[in-house]
Write a protein that binds this ligand. Structure first.
Ligand SMILES: Nc1ncnc2c1ncn2[C@@H]1O[C@H](COP(=O)(O)OP(=O)(O)OP(=O)(O)O)[C@@H](O)[C@H]1O
Ligand SMILES: [Zn+2]
Length: 666
């Protein structure tokens, strides 16, 4: 048998099952389908294997990262020898062997780079996200909306997971519903009245560690400002004292003569002086258990006994919590085998108070010596042993002072790193579901598309939710997208905006002259009263390939236009025009304002009640959903409830909450 015949035979054999399930038409089409898979981590590796075996013919696999040892337990395309290599390259190499008919293009890069502009996105038939952060997910969502390419979004968190197909104008986009804010705690709970281990962990990670080893934020000048503005003088004096005290401690950690004494100074300030200060505020402890002042020397020599929480008097604020049994004993007493979690890993052993203090001293010294060796500041990183040891020890010492259960280093890592353990099985289930949704999309079988969730219900482990139509108020998918090809060094902002708006054609041309503001992301580049940038080149305004200009109608009548910037074609003559506009200019939905009511004049005939409303409202709504309302879609509120329950698309780094009175765990 000739080699080519043998290949054909092999190929048919390979796809017999796929063909039986998908039908010959889709099965053949898959061979020519171009897929972009973003992310080669937990979901990405599983998904790559699935789409290769299903027979997707052309796969571009993109990931910015290199392989870490900790990936190996679930990212099965990687082996120990691959650690520190590019994820995209290794995954493509390993999985490529599963099906030689598939062409895989690995790309080691950040999906946000400008080279991945909408023209690049438009070279794909479908995009599959296997990402782990909100920022990249939102970026891909916007690029897919702009490029008009369907996207399957996914996420897992422990045993939970979700798959969400997204199609411009038909379904919600990723940004149609705001994502839940990260967990937060009131500052006073963290600073003065912790009642749970997480409060002490957040304090050690987000307050103490930055105070000692972080960037020196000049609290002094902030206080000067507050004083000028007439804030409470007594409070400011107290805060000033606090800043000075921390400066002394910071300096001692940075001084060349640092010894164990520096750690002792920190300990004394934080677990002794500060707690004594808090105790002096009698009001604070009327309805709460008073904390205990810790003592360095007696903890070190093992004679310190943690005071039992008082059982009499006013009910402590945390009385609803289960009693912290093991704290009602000498904290340095030997810990039983079961308490220690013996048999488990070293990290999973509970440390005695004395051991926590030793860890506090050693980690403080390690961090201090890093500062002295030239590191300017150190911030928390769950994979940085020194910062994790410090947060473990400091949070446990604080827990002891407040009679709160202490946590092992393993638990602290999980809580401080906001880590939900990744589960290979969940990733595998989700990756299978992604393929099913991708196949519906390729078949254009829109009524079969579903949001699918894995839930904690053994009887119904998967729940499906009908898709919601786009949110008419969404600032991403309701814009009208277009693209221009240009040389940003030769085109001015004014030329581009006038070109896109077709200025000079008059109102009835649909894109006539209007008052607009122009933005790049959140930057205002011009508005009707400010035209300083209009004559400047796009390049000088840092508006280049891969970015979007957003043109907003000041009257609010025309919907927003988003213009994606692309390069001139490769064969474009050097003396050719610097700006190539799209062949048809964007025509965003137009919602004319109701005419301004005229002052009542006896001669004017009154219009029938509701006239204006019936003319304006429905057309505006039609325009915003582009006439594609889907009768079978579920309600947005149902989906929101699911999101609140189910921790979907987990991450949180990107979104910031604005309330100053809370501390986020990111
Ligand atoms: N902007 C981006 N561009 C390209 N790839 C990205 C981008 N952001 C995240 N990724 C990739 O998405 C993948 C997500 O996979 P996963 O959630 O399993 O994370 P991980 O980093 O492998 O594991 P863990 O965070 O649990 O250690 C990672 O490989 C990551 O490098
Ligand atoms: Zn949207």
């Amino acid at each position: 048998m000739s080699a080519s015949k043998m290949d054909g035979h092999r190929s048919r054999g390979r796809y017999t099952h796929a063909e039986a399930i998908l039908g010959p038409e889709l099965c053949d089409r898959l061979a020519n389908t171009k897929v972009l898979l973003v992310g080669a981590g937990g979901i990405g590796c599983e998904l790559l294997k699935n789409i290769i075996l299903t027979g997707f013919g052309h796969i571009t696999l993109l990931d910015l990262d290199t392989i870490d040892l900790s990936n190996l337990n679930r990212q099965f395309l990687f082996k120990k020898k691959d650690v520190k290599q590019s994820k995209a390259m290794v995954a493509a190499h390993t999985a490529g062997a599963f099906n030689p008919n598939v062409h895989i293009q690995p790309v080691h890069a950040n999906i946000k780079e400008s080279q991945f502009d909408i023209e690049w996105f438009q070279t794909f038939d479908i995009v599959l996200n296997a990402l782990d952060n909100l920022d990249a997910r939102r970026h891909v969502n916007k690029m897919c909306i702009a490029a008009g390419i369907p996207l399957v979004e996914s996420g897992t968190a422990g045993y939970l997971g979700q798959v969400q197909p997204l199609v411009k104008d038909r379904t919600e986009c990723f940004d149609c519903i705001p994502k839940p804010a990260p967990k937060s705690f009131p500052v006073c709970t963290i600073r003065s009245t912790p009642s749970q281990p997480i409060h002490c962990i957040v304090w050690a990670k987000s307050y103490l560690l930055p105070q000692l080893f972080g960037e020196n934020e000049d609290g002094g000048s902030e206080l000067d400002e507050a004083e000028k503005q007439g804030e409470n003088a007594q409070e400011i004096a107290a805060l000033r004292k606090e800043v000075l005290a921390y400066n002394v401690v910071r300096n001692s950690l940075r001084s060349a003569e640092t010894t164990d004494d520096a750690a002792k100074t920190v300990f004394h300030k934080v677990f002794n002086t500060d707690i004594l200060n808090l105790l002096s505020m009698a009001d604070m402890w009327r309805s709460r258990e008073k904390p205990t002042v810790l003592d360095f020397d007696t903890i070190m020599d093992g004679s310190f006994v943690v005071k039992e929480p008082s059982k009499s008097g006013a009910a402590p604020a945390n009385s609803k919590q289960k009693p912290n049994g093991h704290l009602n004993r000498d904290a340095n007493a030997p810990i039983s085998a079961s308490q220690k979690g013996e048999g488990g890993l070293k990290d999973q052993r509970e440390l005695s108070l004395q051991e926590n203090l030793s860890l506090f001293v050693s980690s403080t010294n390690r961090l201090a010596s890093r500062l002295r060796a030239g590191e300017e500041f150190i911030s928390f990183d769950k994979d940085d042993d020194d910062t994790l040891d410090f947060v473990t020890a400091a949070s446990n010492l604080r827990s002891a002072a407040y009679y709160i259960e202490r946590k092992t280093r393993w638990e602290v890592k999980e809580m401080a790193g906001n880590i939900i353990p990744a589960i290979a099985t969940t990733n595998a289930i989700i990756s299978g579901l992604i393929v099913l949704q991708a196949l519906h999309l390729l078949r254009k079988s829109y009524s079969s598309l579903k949001n699918v969730h894995i839930q904690f219900k053994p009887s119904v482990p998967l729940s499906t939710v009908n898709l919601c139509p786009p949110n008419p108020k969404c600032g991403i998918c309701r814009d009208t997208y277009t693209k221009v090809q240009c040389d940003p060094a030769r085109v001015t902002l004014g030329e581009l905006v006038c070109g896109i708006l077709g200025n000079g054609e008059g109102e009835d041309g649909g894109t006539g002259k209007r008052d607009v503001s122009v933005y790049e992301d959140k930057r205002v580049l011009s508005d009707p009263d400010w035209d300083d940038n209009v004559e400047r080149t796009l390049e000088s305004l840092n508006v280049t390939r891969g970015k979007f200009l957003t043109i907003v109608d000041e009257e609010g009548e025309w919907e927003t236009i988003a213009v994606a910037l692309c390069e001139l074609p490769p064969n474009h003559p050097a003396d050719g025009p610097a700006l190539l506009l799209p062949s048809s200019l964007p025509l965003p939905p137009f919602n004319p304002r109701p005419p301004t009511p005229m002052p009542p004049a006896p001669s004017r005939k009154r219009s029938a009640p509701g006239d204006e409303v019936s003319e304006v409202e429905p057309s505006a709504k039609r325009a915003k959903t582009n006439g594609t309302s889907l009768p079978e879609l579920g309600s947005p509120s149902k989906k929101r409830r699911l999101e609140e329950d189910g921790l979907v698309m987990l991450d949180g780094g990107a979104d910031k909450i604005e309330d100053d009175d809370v501390i986020e765990i990111d």
